[in-house]
Design a binder for this molecule. Structure first.
Ligand code: DGL
Length: 276
């Protein structure tokens, strides 16, 4: 595959694959490069500065591969690094290129989903502390009440393949109870972490049927399609041979095995030795 012009999809690890699979399903004709920074995952409990530094390194790596458009398919990176990269770094290093996140597209859909106008957000420590969802939803739908709950154990449950096991019940139930104790009127819960769709069945087990649980992949995919439609100059730069290449900063063997859980298909991965 020509490396020029693929759409870059980035996550700290495997979670972004849940977004990639929705994007691929909606737009199979494009070329994609996925990078998981598995050697340095999780990002969720890292400081603002470190998440920014790691994410910027990844963005520069994608640019070096010829990508014109990069999606941060990681809420933590979107919450802590996206704005600075868009406003400070891009104008200096690549004014014609674009980096987009997952939080804004997710918040665009929430108003129509909630009857009570009370929304819950589940995410990593970093995403919840950043209040990015509250800020973005506040701009678009100021009438909504937004309550967040950080679930620091959920990413390790997924990454260690424990998400379907009985041991996961305690941690899933604990955070759902805490969220609903903070606001009992919540009728819509956004999974604000790209790893959490793997826990969706367990999450639903512990919630009344009246509560909607929203995975963001579909909304991010629709928003990307819409973005490319509105920006034909960018669309022209994105090559369309229907290929996907996977890269990891950790072991490609390990990546290949775990990625199949997220994608329901066998893939090959390549190792990236240095991001910086
Ligand atoms: N996938 C990341 C997110 O969506 C979380 C994983 C991590 O903590 O690195 O926030």
């Amino acid at each position: 595959m020509s490396k020029v012009g693929a759409i870059g999809i980035f996550d700290s690890g495997y979670g972004g694959l849940t977004v990639l699979s929705e994007i691929k399903a909606l737009m199979p004709e494009y070329d994609y490069i996925y990078l998981g920074d598995n050697a340095r995952t999780p990002y969720g409990n890292r400081s603002f500065e470190v998440v920014y530094e790691f994410t910027l390194e990844a963005v520069k790596w994608f640019f070096a591969q010829g990508c014109h458009l990069v999606i941060l398919a990681c809420n933590t990176a979107s919450a802590k690094a996206l704005r600075t990269i868009q406003q400070v770094d891009l104008p200096k290093i690549a004014p014609e290129k674009r980096v987009l996140g997952v939080i804004r597209p997710t918040t665009e859909c929430v108003e129509t989903l909630s009857q009570t106008q009370h929304i819950g957000i589940l995410g990593t420590e970093g995403t919840i502390q950043s209040k990015s969802y509250e800020i973005e939803i506040g701009k678009l739908h100021p009438q909504l009440t937004v309550t967040g709950e950080a679930c620091p154990m959920w990413v390790p449950l997924v990454e260690n393949k424990e998400y379907n096991k009985p041991g996961a019940d305690y941690f899933v139930q604990q955070h759902l109870n805490r969220l609903l104790e903070k606001d009992s009127k919540i009728d819509t819960i956004i999974l604000g972490c790209t790893h959490y769709p793997l826990l969706i069945n367990k999450i639903k087990e512990f919630l009344p049927e009246s509560i909607n649980v929203i995975s963001q992949g579909k909304y991010v995919a629709e928003s990307l399609k819409n973005y490319l439609h509105r920006h034909p100059e960018m669309d022209k730069k994105c090559t369309k041979n229907g290929t996907v290449k996977y890269f990891t900063t950790e072991s490609p063997e390990k990546f290949k095995q775990l990625a199949s859980l997220f994608l329901n298909e066998e893939i090959e991965a390549e190792k990236v030795n240095e991001l910086a």
